[in-house]
Ligand binder design. Structure first.
Ligand code: ZN
Length: 300
């Protein structure tokens, strides 16, 4: 089991790369509910779940490798216990990049089967038509994978990890902290931009609606929800807002398809003009990226 001091000393070089002062931690820490905290990076992406108690710490996602020192510093402010597990919600580099550093010190990495398979080659993300990343080292691969669902029994509660329908990718894990009543939905759920459906890694727009139906169906009035990207955590209402967005995208594109519009005509009709101010402000993923995916699926 690794000790914070040893990993911190190994990471001094990368630590120097991270602008940080003692009064201004790199990650913003939120107490979500019960035994769950959330760490948010300055770009509000790859939000990390931290589940802590007497048995140790379990992380949900671990950002980029250069951020590991800051991650460890923020975790140590929450708990004195060792990090024992890290769950990767999906394959993207901003969620798995810390695996190598953590695994080097005995942290067990868990993910869906598909995440491990996709780590056997170079990684690709869907922005700007497809950006590639080097294949992660062998040590960064999950040592424990599952096909449908798996549970941790830790810190006096059950943590249920289960496969969502193909949505953001084809290996999206949802995580439910049953005692704390907190959901971490990975990048299936973003509160700050249009949904990213990563077709290059098996994602599906209609599957994303199905996945959000499942998450909303699980949530009670007090359930708190950590988004993969977006500022802070939210609740059932926040999920319903995103679900409404998905349904609106589907119905508006379907209406144009029914009237005989080609993809170019759909784009020219600007069916999301009233939504772009709220959801379409990230330059690398706008309505022009998401509408063709919706169109393709609805015309298949
Ligand atoms: Zn992602």
């Amino acid at each position: 089991m690794f000790k914070l001091a040893s990993i911190l000393s190994l990471c001094l070089v990368s630590m120097a790369l991270i602008a940080q002062s003692s009064t201004d931690p790199y990650f913003t820490t939120y107490h979500v509910a019960g035994k769950v905290h959330m760490l948010q990076s300055p770009d509000a992406g790859g939000n990390i779940g931290v589940f802590s108690g007497d048995d140790g710490v379990l992380l949900i996602d671990d950002r980029f490798d250069r951020e590991t020192p800051a991650l460890l510093e923020s975790v140590s402010a929450i708990s004195d216990e060792d990090i024992r597990f890290s769950v990767n919600t999906h394959i993207h580099p901003d969620h798995i990049g810390g695996n190598n550093n953590l695994a080097a010190h005995g942290v067990l990495i868990l993910a869906h089967d598909s995440v491990r398979l996709r780590m056997l080659k170079e990684l690709i993300i869907p922005r700007r038509g497809g950006i590639t990343f080097p294949q992660p080292p062998e040590q960064a691969r999950p040592v424990l994978t599952y096909s449908e669902a798996i549970s941790f029994h830790l810190n006096g509660e059950e943590v249920r990890v289960f496969l969502a329908p193909p949505a953001h990718t084809d290996g999206d894990s949802f995580v439910y902290f049953m005692g704390s009543d907190v959901l971490h939905l990975g990048d299936v759920f973003r509160t700050n931009m249009y949904p990213i459906i990563d077709k290059l890694n098996g994602g599906s727009f209609l599957g994303m609606i199905e996945a959000m139906d499942i998450a909303i169906g699980m949530a009670g009035p007090d359930t708190k929800v950590i988004p993969g990207h977006g500022v802070g955590f939210t609740d059932r209402e926040g999920m319903v807002e995103v679900h409404t967005l998905l349904i609106t995208l589907r119905d508006r594109v379907q209406e144009l398809i029914d009237s005989g519009s080609s993809l170019d005509e759909v784009l020219a009709a600007k069916p999301t003009a009233d939504l772009d101010g709220r959801w379409g402000q990230v330059p690398s993923w706008t309505a022009a990226d998401v509408l063709p995916i919706v169109y393709d699926e609805l015309t298949q």
